[in-house]
Ligand binder design. Structure first.
Ligand SMILES: Cc1cc2nc3c(=O)[nH]c(=O)nc-3n(C[C@H](O)[C@H](O)[C@H](O)COP(=O)(O)O)c2cc1C
Length: 269
């Protein structure tokens, strides 16, 4: 099967498909684009998406699977600024169930984030079992205690252990009702970067359902450790690793103001 199919009656040879291809897979022939190195195609779908005439199809990214961009849905910069700046890390959650289809939509949106070489290798685990989330905190605390004993501890570990042991406060997963884990193949060197971008899409999109999120960075320290004790809890197969974790649920409180950050540090050259 050929990589691309061109409808010559529609193609106007504008060359857009050739120009946007990141790996020079296409060149312009007399009758339209030709695939000169089809084996290099990384399934980004740019050639099909850019065509103003629906003239090109690509077997790896079929035209039939691409949706039309609706111009009326574009948001202006003022709306976008408030959308981005009003997302906060949420550490206090309501004890309220989130519809499964919304949680699934979040991970579905996450897969549209950019990934190095378009690998799209991030998978997700949605944890809705509260006992398992509690167990994850407990395992993380036990792991921290052993790190403290071995003097290999992060400066914050004594604080988390003390809060948990003395007052039963969960400063690891904050009694979140849901936890979303990202995993990637073990041998993949861009796994963490791709995960961060994907989970960032997820955290931003979550706000549109009225949901709040927080990166579970302290839990991640345990999850990323060699032979981490949490891998078994989440049934992570030997060929995969956890590359990110996000707490999620309905926020208990709503913010009235957007914070400032450090002054902008920018250099023009
Ligand atoms: C990679 C990463 C890990 C984080 N880990 C934690 C964490 O373990 N616990 C926590 O309460 N907040 C965590 N945060 C949230 C940061 O503290 C928070 O993003 C920062 O204070 C800015 O606040 P904002 O997200 O509300 O704007 C983490 C954030 C990032 C990006």
């Amino acid at each position: 099967m050929d990589l691309i199919k061109v409808n010559q009656s529609k193609c106007i040879k504008c060359g857009f498909c050739v120009n946007v291809c990141p790996l020079n897979v296409l060149c312009m022939g007399e009758d339209g684009p030709i695939a000169i190195s089809p084996q290099s195609c990384m399934k980004c779908g740019q050639c099909v998406a850019i065509c103003p005439r629906r003239a090109i199809d690509n077997i790896k990214t079929p035209l039939a699977n691409q949706s039309v961009i609706n111009d009326s849905l574009f948001i202006n910069s003022e709306t976008a600024e408030q959308f981005l700046r009003s997302r906060r890390s949420i550490r206090c959650y309501k004890n309220k169930a989130v519809p499964r289809d919304q949680l699934e939509k979040l991970v579905d949106i996450a897969r549209f984030a950019p990934t190095a070489s378009n690998r799209q290798d991030v998978s997700y685990i949605i944890v809705e079992n509260k006992e398992i989330i509690k167990k994850a905190t407990e395992i993380t605390i036990e792991w921290m205690e052993s790190e403290i004993k071995n003097s290999s501890s992060h400066y914050s570990f004594p604080y988390h252990v003390h809060a948990y042991r003395e007052t039963g406060t969960d400063t690891i997963l904050r009694d979140c009702p849901y936890l979303i884990l990202a995993t990637t193949p073990k041998d993949f060197k861009n796994g963490r970067e791709n995960t961060m971008l994907s989970l960032d899409y997820l955290t931003l999109f979550a706000t549109t359902f009225g949901l709040g999120t927080c990166w579970a960075g302290v839990f991640e320290m345990c999850a990323f450790a060699k032979d981490s004790p949490v891998l078994k809890l989440f049934n992570i197969s030997d060929d995969k690793i956890i590359t990110g974790a996000i707490m999620i649920g309905y926020p208990k409180y709503s913010y009235k103001r957007m914070v400032d950050r450090r002054p902008l540090d920018v250099t023009w050259i």
